[in-house]
Ligand binder design. Structure first.
Ligand code: S3P
Length: 431
């Protein structure tokens, strides 16, 4: 599907957000291995989270969906059934990497694969620690999916993460539930901690000790009733769109404000955006609050703070749309230490620079980042999304601020994290 977009005169109203994708995956997986029936409200309707639900069903888990509420009958820590066929993680790195940690703890063989994009994403980062823990895993050359996992009782390890990745950390912690002692993971660069929070909520013993996160093997997990907060990474597209389109005023209710994800808000406020947070609360260890953003004319006269070092890891999913903002700020934007973007759903550094250039911006692509020259108005263009949801939505934001018409190719890929994105966008825009 090609989505046509013209410049917007103003954005206003309320933006209904899908449930947070990262948290939904974790709640579903933990519910599946808990004792009893969990009810998860505002579960992400995203294609990625459906891949997780379908994999769990193929592992014998009873999953019922009613609107945005998902009910999962847990099978207990070691209760998953050997699947009859290859598990399909679709486009979802979180599904394949986190579920592999759980599969490694089950005494059967299973195979898991994904779509074209997932098939070329690196799995060595989870295969290595799982092998150290004693799982037998076969993969395609270069540690690519499909993964064939032969699991059982695992050995506890103390594992230093070689790459700042919440998915790898989570994989090892989940496998730690099945190990013969305390498993620990060291992260020197902090990444999202939804797994640690959710594990505690379901009753696992997880401790932080300096940079180390320790998990004790298997107490039985207890089913929970939980509500997933709105997805802050999905909110990012609307926050930045409102910063670019004059006169905008948007409200985003019940957005997840986990401290490690909230770095995005801190960054945007430092960049001068007029964002307020109201009605802050916390449920199941995950903070949430209502956001309001109002357009402020002087923001684009500024230079955006450079994105580098530890901050890059905190903003990793928002860099595509931050790059669009950077192209419109007078001083541009420098991004470094972002080599991980080359192994996301697409090579995002390459996709961002190609599409920004197509819209008339000047960009230098570096091995680990981008140097974006700011200030010139974008012009409408053909956007090649590479079927990457965050590229499609980031350039939709660019299109609202551009001159002329933009055509976003393969626009349906937005469903991977934000089903309904195009209609939510048209619902808040005045043309
Ligand atoms: C995610 C972690 C991040 C992020 C992805 C979701 C998660 O990936 O990019 O969209 O839910 O744990 P890495 O951990 O590979 O950086």
């Amino acid at each position: 599907m090609i989505q046509l977009l013209n410049p917007a005169a103003r954005l206003s109203g309320v933006v209904p957000l899908p449930g947070d994708k990262s948290i939904s995956h974790r709640y579903a997986m933990l519910a599946a291995i808990a004792e009893g029936t969990s009810v998860i409200a505002h579960f992400a309707a995203s294609r990625d989270c459906h891949s997780t639900l379908e994999c769990l069903q193929a592992l014998g888990v009873d999953v019922r969906e009613s609107g945005e509420t998902v009910t999962i009958a847990g099978r207990g820590l070691r209760g998953l059934k050997a699947p009859d066929a290859m598990l399909d993680a679709g486009n979802s790195g979180t599904t394949i990497r986190l579920l592999s940690g759980i599969l490694a703890g089950h005494p059967f063989s299973s195979s898991i694969a994904g779509d074209e994009s997932l098939s070329i994403r690196p799995m060595g980062r989870i295969v290595k620690p799982l092998r150290e823990m004693g799982a037998r895993i076969e993969s395609r050359a270069g540690e690519l999916p499909p993964l064939h996992i032969h699991g059982g009782i695992l050995k506890a390890v103390r594992y230093k993460l070689p790459v700042a990745s919440a998915q790898v950390k989570s994989c090892v912690l989940l496998a730690g539930l099945y190990s013969d002692g305390i498993t620990a993971v060291e992260e020197t660069i902090r990444t999202r901690d939804h797994t640690e929070i959710a594990l505690r909520e379901f009753g696992a013993a997880v401790r932080n000790s300096g940079n180390w996160i320790e998990v004790e093997p298997g107490p039985e997990l207890k089913a929970r009733r939980l509500t997933v907060p709105g997805d802050l990474s999905g909110a990012a597209f609307f926050l930045i769109a409102a910063a670019l389109v004059s006169g905008s005023d948007l409200r985003l209710p019940a957005v997840g404000l986990n401290a490690r994800r909230r770095e995005l808000l801190n960054y945007l406020v430092r960049a001068g955006l007029d964002i307020t947070v109201e009605n802050e609360s916390e449920e199941a260890g995950e903070p949430r609050g209502d956001l309001r953003i109002r357009y402020r004319a002087d923001v684009l006269q500024r230079t955006l703070p450079p994105i580098c070092g530890k901050e890059t890891a905190s903003l990793i999913d928002e860099i595509p749309v931050l790059s669009v903002l950077g192209s419109q700020a007078a001083g541009g934007l420098e991004i470094s230490d972002a080599q991980e973007l080359r192994v996301k759903e697409s090579d995002r550094l390459s996709a961002i620079s190609a599409n920004l250039r197509a819209m008339g911006a000047e960009v230098i692509e570096k091995p680990d980042g981008l140097s974006i020259r700011g200030g010139g108005r974008l012009r409408g263009a053909e956007i090649t999304t590479r079927s990457d949801h965050r590229i499609a939505m980031a350039f939709a934001v660019g299109a609202l601020a551009a001159s002329g018409e933009t055509r976003i190719h393969d626009a349906e890929c937005a469903d991977v994290s934000f089903p309904g994105f195009w209609s939510v966008l048209s619902g808040v825009r005045a043309s």
